[in-house]
Design a protein around this ligand. Structure first.
Ligand code: ARG
Length: 454
C-alpha cells in the first residue's frame, strides 16, 4: 500500500520503501507518538480547530491505540514508513474520517522531533534511576567492608594503602556526575518542537505552549527552523550515555582485575559468573566483560549521531531519521548494563586477608616515610630523594625496608628514629591521612555518611 503519493505517477519502489522506512526504530516510539498526538488533539480542540465531538473521537481512538501499545499488539507496517503514518492509518481504521483532522497544523518533521524528545526524557529518568541503584549497591558494599585496607594503585602498580570503601566510592562520584549530566541534558530535551510544522510554523491559530504544558515540557521552541532540525539534545544524551558507559567499563575492568586469581581481592557471586565449556574450575566474570565491551557500542552511537549531524544544511533533512536508532540503542545498553553492575556489586565479597597482605608491602609506606621526615623539618624534595636512595639500596640488597636496621636508616637522615618502624602498618598509613577527600578513616566515614543520605 502506498501513502502520501497522490502527486506521483508511479508507486514508490519496494526497495526504496524498505530502505527509507524507520518502523524498526519507531516500534520504540509508539507510546511517545501517541502521547504527543493526544496532547496535540486536545490543543486543536481547545483552540476550536476541531469540534469537541471530533476531539473526543480522536482522543478515544488514540487511547485505544495506547492500550494496544501497552499490550504490545500495536504493529507497524513498513509501507507506512514510520510511526506517525502508522498511527494515522490505524486511527482512521478505528474511528473513520475524524482521524483525518489529527494532523492539522502539524508535520512529521516537528512530530518526530517531539517523539524523540519524549523518548529521551523518559530514558533520562530511567537511567538516573539505574545510576542511583548502582550507587546504592556501591554504598552498601562500602559500608559492609568499611574497615578493609587494600593497596591503591597508580599505573596499575601498588601505590599506597587505601580503604576498600574509599576505592569503591570513587565510582559513586563518577556516577553522581553522570546523574548531573543527564539532569542537565533533560533541561534542553524537554522543549516542545510541536507547532514548528515542516519548518515555517503554521497559519492556523495553534497554541504550542499548551501542548508543551500537557506533556510536562518546561519550554516551547523559539525558532521553527531550528525546532525541526535540532538534535543537540540527542548528542548530549549520547555523550552522557558514553561517559556513563565508560565509567561502567572502568568499574567492570577494575572488578575483573580484583577478582582475578592473581589479585584475589574480591569474589564475585555465583549468580553473576559463568563457567567454561571445557575447564570445570573456571568462574568467569562474563557480565563485567560484556558491560566493558558494550561501552564501545555506546561511544559508536555518539560518533554515529555526530557524523550524521555534521554539515547538514539548514532545515529538516531526512538524515535526521537516522538519529533515532543510536539514541534508542544506547538507552537500552546503558540501562541494562547499570542493572547488571548493580547485581554484581550487590554481592561482592572482599577478601580482607588478601587485600591486607598486599597492602602490608613496606614499599607502600615510602610516602608516609617522606611525610614523617617532612614533619621533622626535612625539606620535602630532600626527604623524597633520601627515601629513594634507601629504596634503591634495599632493592639492591634484596631486603624489605622493614628489615633495615635503624643505624642504617640514620645514615640517610639523623631524623629517623625507632618510631619509623611503626609506619609499616597499612592501617596506620590510612589513618594518617587527614586531608579532605582522602582515604583517611575519618574522611571516608564522613563521605559514606554523606552519600548514605542522598
Ligand atoms: N520518517 C521521518 C522520521 O522519522 C519523518 C518524516 C519526515 N519526512 C519528510 N518527508 N518530511 O524522521
Amino acid at each position: 500500500m502506498q501513502v502520501l503519493r497522490k502527486a506521483f505517477k508511479q508507486p514508490l519502489s519496494d526497495v526504496v520503501t524498505e530502505f527509507v522506512a524507520c518502523t524498526h526504530a519507531d516500534a520504540h516510539l509508539v507510546k511517545a507518538d501517541l502521547t504527543g498526538s493526544i496532547a496535540h488533539a486536545q490543543m486543536l480542540q481547545e483552540e476550536g480547530l476541531i469540534s469537541p465531538g471530533q476531539g473526543e473521537a480522536i482522543q478515544g481512538g488514540l487511547n485505544t491505540l495506547l492500550a494496544k501499545a501497552d499490550e504490545g499488539t500495536f504493529q507497524l507496517k513498513v509501507e507506512y514508513e514510520d510511526v506517525h503514518m502508522n498511527v494515522e492509518k490505524q486511527l482512521e481504521e478505528l474511528i473513520g474520517p475524524d482521524a483525518l483532522r489529527l494532523h492539522t497544523a502539524r508535520s512529521r518533521n516537528d512530530q518526530v522531533a517531539l517523539d524523540l524528545r519524549l523518548f529521551t526524557v523518559s530514558a533520562v529518568d530511567s537511567l538516573i534511576e539505574g545510576l542511583k541503584l548502582l550507587q546504592s549497591a556501591i554504598v552498601k558494599s562500602a559500608k559492609k567492608h568499611v574497615d578493609i585496607v587494600m593497596p591503591g594503585y597508580t599505573h596499575l602498580q601498588r601505590a599506597q594503602p587505601v580503604l576498600y570503601a574509599h576505592a569503591i566510592l570513587a565510582f559513586h562520584e563518577m556516577l553522581a556526575r553522570d546523574i548531573e549530566r543527564f539532569t542537565d541534558c533533560k533541561k534542553r530535551t524537554a522543549v516542545s518542537p510541536l507547532g514548528a510544522g515542516a519548518q515555517a510554523g503554521s497559519g492556523l491559530p495553534i497554541n504550542p505552549q499548551s501542548v508543551a504544558d500537557k506533556l510536562g515540557f518546561s519550554k516551547v521552541f523559539t525558532n521553527s527552523i531550528d525546532a525541526v532540525s535540532d538534535r543537540d539534545f540527542a548528542a548530549e544524551f549520547l555523550m552522557a550515555c558514553s561517559l556513563a558507559a565508560i565509567h561502567i567499563s572502568q568499574m567492570a575492568e577494575t572488578l575483573v582485575i580484583w577478582s582475578s586469581s592473581e589479585f584475589d581481592f574480591v569474589e564475585l557471586a555465583d549468580n553473576v559468573t559463568t563457567t567454561s565449556s571445557l575447564m570445570p574450575h573456571k568462574k568467569n566474570p562474563d557480565p563485567l566483560e560484556i558491560a566493558r565491551a558494550k561501552s564501545g557500542a555506546v561511544i559508536g552511537d555518539l560518533v554515529n549521531l555526530l557524523v550524521t549531524l555534521k554539515a547538514l544544511p539548514l532545515g529538516y533533512n531526512r538524515d535526521l531519521q537516522e538519529t533515532k536508532p543510536p539514541v534508542i540503542n544506547s538507552a537500552t545498553i546503558v540501562s541494562d548494563a547499570l542493572k547488571v553492575m548493580s547485581c554484581v556489586v550487590d554481592a561482592i565479597t572482599v577478601n580482607a586477608e588478601k587485600t591486607l597482605a598486599a597492602a602490608c608491602d613496606p614499599a607502600l609506606m615510602t610516602t608516609d616515610m617522606v611525610e614523617y621526615l617532612v614533619l621533622k623539618g626535612v625539606p620535602f624534595r630532600q626527604a623524597h630523594e633520601l627515601v629513594s636512595e634507601l629504596v634503591a639500596d634495599a632493592r639492591e640488597k634484596k631486603v624489605s625496608l622493614i628489615e633495615i636496621e635503624l643505624a642504617e636508616y640514620k645514615k640517610y637522615s639523623t631524623e629517623f628514629d625507632n618510631d619509623v618502624f611503626a609506619l609499616f602498618n597499612p592501617s596506620l598509613s590510612v589513618s594518617l591521612k587527614k586531608s579532605q577527600g582522602s582515604t583517611g578513616t575519618e574522611q571516608v566515614k564522613k563521605a559514606l555518611s554523606k552519600v548514605s543520605h542522598t
